[in-house]
Design a protein around this ligand. Structure first.
Ligand code: PLP
Ligand code: COI
Length: 365
């Protein structure tokens, strides 16, 4: 749904949290943030209605959202979200990475879920507004960041099945350390034999809660097999690599070629796109095409495929050490290219390396 009524700017009102954490308490959280466990003092809240478009933008105390038990999202899961990070640079300034790409993806997700499209400038402004009050929550330790989680859902109290006419957009923020407990050590992946994440014509390419709900039993199976993440294959032929529960996947060949699945039912990761760009800049060939599990298996056995890695905003980039399946296992040693691309990407994100692609946006000015 396009918003023809949208004004060109939004005037945010700020309602300060009287119970904001004291500096000491915040510092303790920031010293070991984990992932997704702690939240900042404020959140952004913007309303949308079919008649009035986007309105009442505000920054308010982080806290419960009042919701009718008949709110459409609770019944029909009309919801989308995004994930990006705020990085503290050496000089104290606060930046984020390719927010216009997240805004565009949220618009694509909105179209698929019949939700209103939030204009890119509102999306970026909402992040700046939150950082204006919660900037002190952006940690300073190496490899830490403030994870920003914009999301939008159907708030209308109505049990008929149709696109909601009342929707809210929010942004919450959560200080983040490493996504995987093992830090940079290689992760293990479980190949899901029984479950698909998405199918043709479905919502796989949208960042919507239902895709993650559909992945949970498969992810639980991965944990049961001692693995960190689950890998899904395509739902029709059960042979082409798709993606992990919350990350994209890339294979590296002996000749330096990077191969990654092309599929209409996976989430087009901004981290993957950026890493592949950095690899191309270095002269690596990049192939975005269908990849079968047999190609990986045989390539790993013959030495033609030498590395594999997972990538996404939360995880950044993690070498895959093992893929476990019911009846076979693939292992990779090292992960040199993966780690060197991770170093370059994070170098740009944390302002240590020149941002030659113009990927960074300052949030605190
Ligand atoms: N695939 C899935 C299912 C994800 O949840 C994510 C994380 O957001 C990604 C891929 C990677 O996307 P991005 O690099 O934009 O974070
Ligand atoms: C992200 O990387 O932003 C995600 O949404 C993935 C999720 C596993 C936290």
């Amino acid at each position: 749904m396009k918003n023809l009524l949208a004004p060109s700017t939004l005037e945010f009102t700020h309602h300060r949290n009287p119970a904001a954490l004291a500096e000491m308490e915040r510092a303790e959280i920031l010293s070991d943030p984990g992932f997704g466990k702690h939240f900042t003092d404020h959140m952004v809240d913007i309303c949308w209605s079919a008649r009035g478009s986007w309105h009442r933008p505000r920054v308010q105390p982080f806290g419960p959202i009042e919701l009718s038990p008949a709110a459409a999202v609770l019944h029909y899961a009309q919801e989308i979200f995004e994930g990006l990070k705020a990085y503290r640079h050496e000089d104290g300034s606060i930046w984020t990475f390719r927010p216009e790409a997240n805004a565009a993806r949220m618009q694509r997700s909105a179209r698929r879920l019949a939700l209103p499209e939030l204009p890119t400038e509102y999306f970026i402004e909402s992040l700046k507004q939150l950082i204006a009050v919660d900037g002190d929550w952006v940690p300073t330790a190496p490899d830490t960041s403030l994870y920003l989680r914009p999301f939008m859902f159907a708030k209308e109290a109505f049990l008929g099945v149709r696109p909601a006419e009342k929707v809210n957009y929010y942004v919450i923020a959560s200080p983040a350390g490493a996504y995987f407990k093992g830090g940079l050590s290689p992760v293990s992946i479980w190949l899901s034999a029984n479950y698909s994440r998405a199918g043709r014509g479905g919502t796989g390419a949208a960042k919507t809660g239902g895709n993650y709900a559909a992945s949970l039993v498969a992810q639980a199976e991965a944990y049961d097999h001692g693995c960190d993440q689950v890998l899904f294959l395509d739902s029709e032929e059960n042979k082409y690599l798709e993606e992990l529960g919350g990350m994209n996947i890339v294979l590296v060949k002996k000749d330096g070629t990077l191969v990654t699945p092309a599929s209409a039912s996976i989430l087009e990761g901004i981290t993957r796109d950026s890493i592949l760009q950095l690899a191309e800049d270095r002269g690596h060939r990049v192939e975005r095409r269908q990849v079968t599990i047999d190609e990986w298996r045989e390539g790993a056995a013959s030495g033609d495929i030498v590395e594999a890695f997972a990538c996404g905003t939360a995880a950044v980039l993690a070498p895959i050490g093992t893929l476990k399946a019911d009846d076979f296992e693939i292992t990779h040693e090292g992960g040199e290219l993966a780690l060197s691309l991770r170093e370059e990407l994070t170098g740009i994100q944390y302002g240590r390396i020149d941002d030659r692609h113009g990927w960074m946006t300052r949030l605190d000015a």
